[in-house]
Design a protein around this ligand. Structure first.
Ligand code: ADP
Ligand code: MG
Length: 270
């Protein structure tokens, strides 16, 4: 039976020590064969998922070119139409434009999740990166009427970071904080060192989240926003983990949200 792949225990029903020992050995073999089946099953599943992943990345890549054409040509059409702000056709073309932008966000978000790029580590300080993020978000905060402030206290503690990716990771959290805030709300950015780690904290006084939402915020494609992609935080977590760091977000309804990013100050080993 076992030779035919029917992995069930044997029951020899003998009482001499040799037979009992044989039964035990035999059943241990059945166990390890079962284990091997599970491992092989997992492997097959992983191979299938990876094939699907490659396929999806290929599709996402191919969608980009026609998408760029749609963006470019709709902008040109809008220009040559030269119509007043509230013209019906102009409005429709503008919608095509913004929807194409949204598609592009989804596609690039997916691609940055799917591809395993080499990181470009360089020696820099976290405060340099945070100051740049602040500069980029200043206008956006002003337009929303949100008060964006920072206390950068990590000093020039040198860290090995991929500047572009780390900026992306922090911007995703900052953008969420700004999006969550009501007008006149406040987003605060802090940095500090603590032992051999460096901490970045982003606090907002938006509506906060219930536990059910909080549990899912790092899932790819989870969003509660009408125009959200749900990719921001999963990308952030990927990048922070590639830097051997961690990111946690705590929140409760009515109490705003607090994101804490912890990074090791010693250079990553891998
Ligand atoms: P997106 O911003 O596109 O929705 P994210 O991955 O950035 O995707 O965030 C996922 C979800 O987590 C958001 O839709 C929102 O429900 C929740 N979230 C994240 N940050 C905050 C925050 N600061 N305050 C309230 N909710 C938040
Ligand atoms: Mg987001």
């Amino acid at each position: 039976e076992i030779a035919e792949g029917n992995l069930q225990y044997v029951k020899a029903e003998g009482n001499t020590a040799e037979i009992v020992a044989l039964e035990k050995t035999f059943n241990a073999m059945v166990d390890s064969l079962k284990e091997k089946e599970i491992v092989e099953g997992n492997l097959r599943q992983a191979q299938r998922l990876s094939a699907i992943g490659n396929l999806a990345a290929g599709v996402a890549h191919d969608v980009r070119n026609p998408l760029n054409a749609i963006k470019l040509l709709s902008s040109h059409a809008l220009d040559s139409l030269n119509a007043p702000e509230n013209d019906h056709t102009a409005k429709q073309i503008r919608t095509i434009r913004t929807e194409a932008d949204r598609l592009e966000d989804i596609v690039s978000g997916f691609l940055s999740l799917a591809k395993e790029e080499e990181l470009n580590f360089e020696e820099t300080s976290i405060d340099t990166i945070l100051a740049e993020c602040l500069r980029l978000m200043k206008k956006d905060a002003e337009m929303r009427g949100v008060n964006l402030t920072a206390e950068l206290r990590a000093g020039d503690m040198p860290l090995m970071l991929d500047t572009a990716k780390m900026s992306r990771a922090i911007l995703n959290v900052l953008i969420n904080a700004l999006e969550a805030c009501p007008e006149d709300g406040r987003v605060r950015l802090f940095s500090r060192t603590s032992g051999d780690t460096c901490e970045v904290e982003i606090r907002d006084d938006g509506p906060g989240m219930d536990d059910e939402t909080l549990e899912r915020i790092f899932d790819a494609y989870f969003t509660t926003k009408a125009m959200g992609t749900g990719l921001g935080l999963s990308i952030t977590r990927g990048i922070i983990e590639e830097h051997q760091g961690s990111v946690t977000i705590s929140s409760s309804p009515g109490a705003g949200s607090q994101a804490l990013i912890t990074l090791p100050t010693s250079p990553p080993t891998s």
